[in-house]
Design a protein around this ligand. Structure first.
Ligand SMILES: [Zn+2]
Length: 382
């Protein structure tokens, strides 16, 4: 049997490195950045007759194209992020796609190039057949794995031409995900006073101050664990990185921690900041401050009755897949769009268990099924 078009596309995509350096400086520059993959997708969309363009950061671009059939009223944005996580510790060749026993292996195969391959295949098919019934904005977004700069660039670019709803394609095992937690990151610093360690009373120890802060943050984390959403579970706080000090014989003048806060629907940056400020006050230590606090991705909380959920369920039903909605444990760009008051759904081939893993793969059959789901979505009259 001939290889499905979406599988051929997926091989091509996996072979194009598009690693998000995630703020690191030690990642091989030859595999960093979304530019080559964005350009590849731009050319594919251009070959379908669409006016595709690169927007946002020229070094880390986002690709966008629109198709507007006559008579369609509803506009859907379908977004697939272009970046992958780095490849350290991988146990397979990350950029040499290989199919074995129905699985395609390689970095990004699951998260989330499989979704893009299904989308581009489906769009090409309906454009060739003249069966597109919805206005569709197709986007490959940069930087989802870190700060969602691509999703923000899309929102700025679309400005007042906002879509009615959005699909973010991510590995959900083909389930329509309508809710997930949000993600906020914060950096807390402690300013002390350096002096020789033989006279520590002359200084003010920043590492000790940050230690008090960590204990207080941990008490905040315990309180948050009691704040629970019935579908998503508890709000969380985790201290992920701590740095401070230069040498054993110097009283440290500066220390900092990075923390990750998972948000429930309704929680936002003001609340997170307020709780952190209170925790720092409670620690009793001097010189502490919140240096940075940002919601990277807002929570997703789309009602079951929303158009986006129902449209996905209809398409899943036609293809013969389960239509019950699900929730996800990870944040996505759909949360960034919800912050901008555009509701949506997350759906795509592959399981999150293989995402970011040392042996990343996606089931080829799921990519093909997702292409069918996208086709149904694009062909449904709206
Ligand atoms: Zn992803």
């Amino acid at each position: 049997m001939a290889e499905a078009l979406c599988v051929r596309y997926l091989r091509d995509y996996v072979a194009i490195p598009s690693v998000n350096p995630m703020g690191r400086t030690d990642v091989d520059p030859s595999i960093v950045g979304e530019r080559r993959y964005a350009e590849h997708v731009r050319q594919q969309l251009g070959a379908m007759g669409l006016d595709a363009e690169l927007i946002g950061n020229p070094e880390r671009p986002t690709v966008i194209a629109e198709a507007r059939p006559a008579g369609a009223r509803e506009t859907v944005l379908v977004e697939s992020h272009l970046d992958t996580v780095p490849v350290d510790g991988m146990e397979i060749e990350p950029f040499r796609p290989r199919i074995e026993q129905g699985r395609l292996y390689g970095r990004g195969a699951c998260d989330t190039k499989g979704g893009m391959a299904a989308l581009v295949d489906a769009l090409g098919r309906v454009l060739r057949n003249g069966t597109l019934r919805r206005n569709v904005i197709v986007a490959g977004a940069a930087d989802e794995e870190l700060g969602s700069e691509g999703a923000r660039a899309l929102l700025a670019h679309l400005s007042d031409r906002r879509p009615d709803w959005v699909i973010a394609t991510e590995p959900t095992d083909l389930r329509a995900v309508r809710a997930h937690k949000g993600v906020a990151h914060a950096r807390i610093g402690a300013r002390g006073l350096a002096c020789h360690s033989s006279t520590p009373r002359k200084g003010r120890n920043a590492v000790v101050a940050i230690g008090h802060a960590i204990l207080s943050l941990d008490r905040l984390a315990s309180r948050l664990s009691e704040r629970t959403d019935p579908a998503l579970g508890p709000a969380t706080l985790s201290v992920g990185v701590v740095h401070g000090g230069a040498a054993a014989n110097i009283v440290p003048e500066y220390a900092w921690v990075l923390l990750d806060r998972r948000l429930l629907p309704g929680e936002g940056v003001e609340q997170v900041r307020g709780e952190l400020e209170e925790a720092l006050r409670e620690s009793g230590a001097a010189g502490l401050s919140i240096e940075r606090c940002r919601v990277e991705k807002g929570p997703l909380d789309t009602p079951e009755s929303h158009r986006s959920v129902q449209a996905c369920q209809q398409a899943l039903a036609v293809v013969g897949l389960p239509t019950e909605t699900a929730t996800a444990g990870f944040g996505t760009d759909a949360g960034v769009f919800q912050e901008a008051e555009i509701a949506g759904v997350v759906i795509g081939p592959g399981s999150v268990e293989q995402a970011h893993s040392a042996v990343e793969w996606v089931e080829v059959g799921q990519v093909e099924a997702m292409a069918d789901v996208f086709r149904q979505l694009l062909e449904a009259p709206a």
